[in-house]
Design a protein around this ligand. Structure first.
Ligand SMILES: Nc1ncnc2c1ncn2[C@@H]1O[C@H](COP(=O)(O)OP(=O)(O)O)[C@@H](O)[C@H]1O
Ligand SMILES: [Mg+2]
Length: 259
């Protein structure tokens, strides 16, 4: 545990001594080594590192899709042994159903809700929250990439999760849409007070979003440093503080001499 983390008194998510190797042919491929991390309730944490350093593997372990080779993950003190409906995962590839309308896609996780009026209200609330009011009856083929990703975010929020995992969710979007989506996500995060673990390889994305950035070194992935981003939203991308954090992240990623 870093000094900062040992000060977190009531953590939501705790990763303790997590290591992971995969078997490749007959050889062990070490992917993650001794990861310790504590996330506060309502915190927005980015996991940043180069491609292949094990970010997705780490998120999959925390979400319960993969088992660690060593160590463990607990959420509110309860060990994670598999996926849990209280937590949702937002992927990079659109996970929405092409044959279902925006409304039906968002309502997907609420099928078993017996109070239909409440269901209607919930779906409407999240469609409006992500800025898709008026598109309820549209189908995914009629939407832009950014709008599809908004549907996915609305669907994730509608089930009222306490933790949201996002694995490069805006990676397939063009750079302008990506900027808009980041701002939207921050607005939603502030309104809904969810705990968010967000994986990215994009330095700017991590500084725009996170309260803390967990920098993972190249394989086998270890925590190089946890960088605090103590800047108010919306963040001024031209401020000296922003520049300092950016330089530090590049340094940690070992690319400071090329930019
Ligand atoms: N199921 C798997 N079996 C074997 N190797 C895997 C598996 N999943 C990931 N890897 C390997 O682990 C490393 C880290 O992958 P990943 O976590 O996807 O990295 P990142 O998300 O940081 O790009 C890569 O070398 C990848 O090939
Ligand atoms: Mg990945």
């Amino acid at each position: 545990m870093t000094q900062h983390e040992s000060k977190i008194t009531d953590p939501k998510v705790v990763v303790e001594g997590v290591s992971k190797h995969f078997m490749r042919r007959d050889e062990e491929l070490p992917v993650l080594e001794d990861i310790d991390l504590a996330v506060k309730p309502g915190e927005f944490v980015c996991i940043l590192g180069p491609s292949g350093c094990g970010k997705s593997t780490l998120l999959n372990i925390v979400a319960g899709f993969e088992k660690p080779s060593a160590g463990r993950v607990t959420i509110e003190g309860e060990e994670v042994t598999g996926p849990d409906p209280r937590r949702v995962f937002v992927f990079q590839e659109y996970g929405i159903f092409p044959w279902a309308s925006v409304w039906d896609n968002v309502a997907l996780g609420l099928r078993n809700m017996t109070d239909k009026r409440k269901q209607q209200e919930t779906v409407e609330h999240y469609i409006n929250l992500v800025g898709l009011g008026g598109f309820e009856s549209s189908y995914p083929r009629e939407l832009s990439g950014g709008m599809k990703q908004r549907v996915e975010v609305a669907r994730a929020l509608a089930v009222s999760p306490d933790v949201i995992y996002m694995d490069e969710p805006f990676g397939a979007l063009d750079s302008l849409t990506r900027l808009t989506m980041r701002a939207e996500l921050i607005r939603i995060w502030q309104a809904e007070e969810k705990t968010i673990l967000f994986v990215t390889h994009d330095v700017d994305e991590s500084i725009q979003l996170a309260e803390r950035i967990v920098v993972i070194s190249d394989r086998p992935g270890r925590i190089a440093e946890v960088v605090d981003v103590d800047l108010p939203h919306p963040r001024d991308l031209g401020s000296p503080e922003y520049g300092q954090i950016k330089n530090r992240l590049y340094e940690l990623l070992g690319v400071s001499n090329v930019v």
